[in-house]
Write a protein that binds this ligand. Structure first.
Ligand code: C2O
Ligand code: CU
Ligand code: CU
Length: 504
């Protein structure tokens, strides 16, 4: 289907027509009309000993409970319709695991509906992966088989994965970060003198929309479903209008795009001048070498680790983490729709203090073994749209049969090259469970810094073809059933998802 057809379809879909007015009201005027009035800024929420985002190093088997919560996000208002993960005193803890650890966890579901936790990025047995076939009802517990941590040091993601309700549950607050540590990580931390929560800082970026009473608004119908739900207010670590004080030294930021649908094109601005920074890691961990750049594109589910050297600026300077228009929505003639893809500030960083810091960014970070695709089996997968929902090769998830066979069957040990083609007017951040992959080619040009290393999400822009390589080797001893889906959660919930099987 061509882009033109997509536009026609969007307009003709009755749902789209009925909610089109609401949609324009919520995103018209480039966000200017609906943006909240100027108010003072709030200190960025950072991990403390316990509480929100606290670092939790699990000892033995832990229970993670998902249940209702409330929080003062917008000062003076209480957001009462939140859901959060809780582990004695921690709220949405950042789980810190070591390569080689056994991660042993029970999930207690008190969300009021079905749920399950997915460990996004882990190469885990599928019965421990949060496949919707294992979602449990309210009041029930799912005991995960022990997960042995075989992944590389990096930033991972945990979030709900019940079919049809992932978008709702993530949006209402169920989303957390995982940090895996290995030897490369410890070396880097020592060389740069980085400390978790102080100079190694999580930035979980999420866009939300609020009702006047402070509750979250979520109505993924019509265009909000087709485009995915784009909120009008961007939070970082659940902080509204955040600022962060820093010293003149190197900081590491672990960026996790925990939004349902919105991609960010991030730059660091001092006035109009954009500052350099270095990409050092992506979803599957550290890159071989740091890559200097001035902007990164980060889609939902992606994790991008960067280093910023605040010795490039002066005490008293203010640096803004800012998001530019991404251009990932391509619906010509629909100017109003394109307004959801706009510019805004994400975080204000204030350079407060000088420091005697004298470390330099190392040239080598880790090793990334390139997948040899000489004997790969190649498969073309088209991302399309039909009657109001997106599909994968024309296939739409069957919500009545979580184990349905979609015909994507591979053998353990296969090297597969998947060529994604996108025939829709929207980008799709495609995600695979079970394996990390490597991006090998983009029809639109060169690979980006965020395309390097081991990935579990690949952005496929409108009209673009992207090739990835996967080594489907596992040692679980039985057939694995993993998911492949779009990480725009409303696309995922409405069926842009399939199972793929890998033999024993
Ligand atoms: Cu973060 Cu199946 O996804
Ligand atoms: Cu995942
Ligand atoms: Cu999509």
């Amino acid at each position: 289907m061509k882009r033109r057809d997509f536009i026609k379809l969007s307009l003709l879909s009755p749902l789209a027509v009925s909610s089109f007015g609401t949609f324009l009201a919520s995103c018209g005027g480039g966000g200017g009309d609906s943006a909240p009035p100027a108010e003072s800024r709030n200190p960025l929420n950072l991990p403390q000993d316990k509480g929100l985002l606290g670092y939790l190093r699990p000892q033995g088997r832990i229970t993670i409970e998902a249940s209702p919560d409330e929080m003062e996000i917008i000062p003076g208002k209480i957001t009462r319709n939140l859901l959060t993960y809780k582990v004695d005193g921690y709220i949405n803890p950042i789980l810190v695991l070591k390569k080689g650890d056994l991660f042993s966890v029970d999930f207690l579901n008190k969300t009021g509906e079905e749920s399950i936790i997915h460990w996004h990025g882990f190469r885990a047995h599928w019965k421990a992966d949060g496949h919707p076939a294992y979602q449990v009802g309210n009041g029930e517990t799912y005991s995960y088989p022990d997960i042995s941590i075989i992944d590389r040091s990096g930033t991972y993601f945990y979030h709900p994965h019940p079919h049809g309700r992932t978008g709702y549950q993530v949006y209402h607050g169920l989303a957390g970060m995982i940090i895996i540590e290995d030897d490369d990580e410890i070396v880097l931390r020592n060389v740069l003198d980085l400390e978790l929560g102080i100079t190694d800082i999580p930035l979980i970026i999420q866009d939300k929309s609020f009702n006047p009473d402070g509750s979250l608004r979520y109505d993924p119908i019509g265009m909000n479903g087709i485009m995915g739900f784009w909120g009008d207010t961007v939070l970082v670590n659940m902080t509204y209008k955040p600022f962060l004080d820093v010293e003149r030294r190197i900081y590491r930021f672990r960026i996790l795009n925990g939004s349902n649908a919105r991609p960010y094109r991030l730059v660091l601005l001092k006035g109009n001048q954009s500052l350099r920074f270095w990409v050092i890691g992506v979803e599957g961990g550290l890159l071989e070498n740091p890559i200097e750049t001035t902007e990164i594109l980060v889609a939902p589910g992606e994790r991008i680790d960067i280093l910023v050297d605040f010795r490039d600026v002066n005490v008293g300077d203010v640096v803004k983490l800012y998001s530019l228009k991404t251009g990932l929505i391509n619906m010509s003639g629909m100017g109003m729709m394109e307004n959801v893809d706009r510019e805004f500030e994400v975080l204000e960083i204030r350079v407060k203090k000088d420091s005697s810091y004298d470390k330099q960014i190392p040239q080598e970070l880790s090793t990334v073994q390139k997948i040899d695709t000489t004997n790969a089996r190649t498969e073309t997968i088209s991302l399309g749209m039909d009657t109001g929902s997106f599909n994968i090769n024309g296939l739409v998830w069957d919500n009545t049969n979580a184990l349905a066979d979609y015909g994507f069957n591979y053998n353990n040990g296969d090297i597969v090259v998947i060529e994604f083609t996108n025939n829709t007017g929207m980008y799709h951040p495609m995600h695979l469970h079970g394996f990390q992959f490597q991006i090998i080619e983009r029809s639109s040009g060169n690979l980006r810094p965020t395309d390097m290393g081991w990935k579990d999400i690949v952005i496929v822009a409108p009209d673009e073809t992207v090739k990835i390589a996967i080594d489907m080797s596992h040692s679980f001893g039985e057939e694995q059933v993993y998911l492949m889906h779009c990480h725009i959660l409303e696309h995922h919930d409405t069926g842009m998802m399939v199972n793929y099987r890998v033999s024993a």
